[in-house]
Design a protein around this ligand. Structure first.
Ligand code: PEP
Length: 252
């Protein structure tokens, strides 16, 4: 049985005081919720303040990106050790916005994933096809490329610390959600890829989130799919009520 995992990706939103207020709201609304892992991913500048709010709660902290070196002349970057130091347990890697706007590649995703794991940070590796890929029948090809590139050379133990987020790019921030059937099909395919690279047992333990316009009114149906183990939520994670609703919808 895989524990559902719901992560809120706040993207480029919220000042420190806004982040604190949002976190306090989420903390209050999910305080009694068990059997779901709840994660918030603020901007780098709000990580420390959010961590102070979630200490001794059932909420974990994630960063939205990381660099693969731990120190040196890399102006503007943040290292895995720094994220660990500020209280992060997870880090989102390879989000489609980073692939699209910041030249993230499968190679950089793999370097970041390995660096995170070495520092005891759990990667949430994002994969997903564009609309043209889906329409051309290339969804599996893209997913295979993103998954195999992201997890390349990971040990079985490291694989077990990773979460995969399936995020069809055409569904992110567009209000268009994959149907539960479309999500389930790709999640099964991702599990098959992990099984081929490792074992069935490992594939059955790795959690695979769905992301792309998850909202309170579609979350329960998506989460009810057998291979959908939670959600990576963008827009709807910016309001405590809608995020908490999605958290509660994920309990199987
Ligand atoms: C995301 O940013 O990962 C995401 C899924 O965004 P949204 O929920 O807004 O589509």
């Amino acid at each position: 049985m895989r524990t559902p995992i719901i992560a809120g990706n706040w993207k480029l939103n919220n000042t420190i005081s806004e982040a604190i207020e949002l976190t306090q709201g989420i903390k209050r609304l999910v305080a009694d919720t068990t059997d779901v892992e709840v994660i918030v991913a603020p901007t780098f500048t709000a990580l420390a303040a959010v961590y102070a709010v979630i200490q001794e709660s059932n909420i974990c902290l994630a960063a939205q990106d990381v660099y693969w070196e731990n120190n040196g002349a890399f102006t503007g970057e943040i290292s895995p050790t720094m994220l660990k130091d500020v209280g992060c347990e997870y880090v989102i890697i390879g989000h489609s916005e980073r692939r699209q706007f910041f030249a993230e590649t499968n190679e950089s995703v793999n370097l970041k994933t390995k660096a995170a794991l070495t520092t005891d940070l759990k990667p949430i590796i994002c994969v997903g096809e564009h609309l043209e890929d889906r329409e051309a029948g290339n969804t599996e090809k893209i997913i295979e490329d993103h998954v195999s590139g992201g997890i390349k050379d990971l040990s079985a133990e490291q694989m077990l610390s990773c979460v995969i987020a399936y995020e069809p790019v055409w569904a992110i921030g567009t209000g268009k959600t994959a149907t539960p059937k479309q999500a389930q099909e790709v999640h099964v395919y991702i599990r098959q890829l992990i099984s081929e690279a490792y074992t069935d047992e490992i594939a059955n333990q790795v959690r695979i989130q769905y992301g792309g316009s998850v909202k309170p009114d579609n979350a329960a149906e998506l989460m009810s799919q057998p291979d959908v183990d939670g959600a990576l939520v963008g827009g709807a994670s910016l309001q405590a009520e809608s995020f908490a609703h999605i958290v509660k919808s994920s309990i199987k």
